[in-house]
Unconditional design. Structure first.
Lengths: 129, 198
């Protein structure tokens, strides 16, 4: 019986959609090589102007883009189309999760931000232990 | 002394809500045509609620959640709605004069034909909100996010729009002052041929 429960937990952890098993996350981690970047996972929908604003304007702002590419790897999940990892529920769209290489969630940010305040937040999150 | 007493009594009468209506609103999230003047509805979840035709003037709505709630034809003048969420709700033909809505969220909210004169909308998140035919006399939109919102047949010339986010905001048949026009164009707002800048 004990063996059965243990097996169930192991299978559950493999199929339960934890972030470490997420294909996009794994690809992002692989792309970092030895660099110690963070994963920025953004939840979007097709009909979300704030998401479009973040992706087309803020992420490419001249004050944001260099810092982001140096310190973060972005992955996007459309909440209506993608399987979402366990432990990453959302209240509003866009929601941005900041995750370290080991799969630990460091910070969650809901809603859009102007470039200036966004880069300040990025620096704060990057500096978090 | 008599005048003071009269003023106090009059003030109490103006802000006194109907206790039965407040109980109904709190318990059922629905109170149509109710007297909720000055009532405390703060820090509560009223998602999907229906309050249409109610008098909520001077009510305390701070930090409450009204996602997809119906406030059509309501009086919300002088209400305190700071930090409240009105996502995808309807607030058409409302009296929103002097409402304190700083940092409230009006994402996708219908505000058509409402009166927002002297409303404090500073720092609001009002993405995709619809302000068609709304009265916006001296409305304060400082630091507000109005991306993808609609302004059709409005006169915004007296409104404050300092640091307002206007990315993909639609302006049609609307009056803007020159500074607002310059700001809107810089922010990549969409101004049609019927927009007047003067």
């Amino acid at each position: 019986m004990k063996y059965m429960v243990l097996m169930w937990i192991i299978v559950g952890s493999l199929w339960g959609g934890v972030i470490q098993n997420d294909d996009q996350f794994k690809t992002a981690i692989a792309s970092m090589g030895t660099e110690n970047k963070l994963v920025l996972m953004i939840y979007t929908t097709d009909d979300c102007p704030e998401c479009a604003y973040m992706k087309t304007k803020v992420f490419h702002d001249k004050t944001v883009e260099p810092y982001m590419s140096q310190n973060f790897v972005v992955i996007e999940k459309n909440v209506h189309k993608s399987k979402l990892p366990d432990g990453y529920d959302f209240f509003g769209i866009p929601t941005m999760f900041f995750i370290d290489k080991a799969g630990n969630k460091k910070e969650t940010m809901v809603g859009s931000k102007r470039a200036q305040s966004f880069v300040v937040e990025l620096r704060r999150i990057r500096g978090m232990k | 002394m008599r005048a003071l007493f009269l003023a106090i009594v009059l003030g109490m009468t103006l802000s006194a809500y109907d206790a039965a209506h407040l109980k109904k609103a709190m318990e059922e999230k629905e109170c149509i045509g109710c007297d909720l003047r000055g009532a405390n509805l703060s820090k509560s979840d009223f998602s999907g609620g229906d309050f249409h035709g109610s008098d909520l003037s001077g009510a305390d709505l701070r930090e409450s959640v009204f996602e997809m709630s119906d406030f059509n034809d309501c009086n919300l003048s002088k209400a305190n709605a700071e930090g409240a969420l009105f996502w995808k709700g309807t607030m058409m033909r409302c009296d929103l004069t002097h409402i304190h809505a700083r940092k409230a969220n009006f994402k996708g909210t219908h505000l058509e034909k409402s009166n927002l004169s002297f409303a404090d909308f500073r720092g609001t998140k009002s993405w995709k909100a619809n302000f068609t035919d709304a009265i916006l006399f001296k409305t304060d939109f400082t630091d507000a996010e109005l991306g993808d919102s609609k302004f059709i047949r409005n006169d915004l010339r007296s409104s404050k729009m300092k640091h307002t986010l206007l990315w993909q905001t639609h302006f049609s048949d609307t009056l803007l002052n020159k500074a607002q026009c310059t700001h809107a164009k810089k922010e990549e707002a969409i101004l049609d041929a019927n927009v007047t800048c003067r």
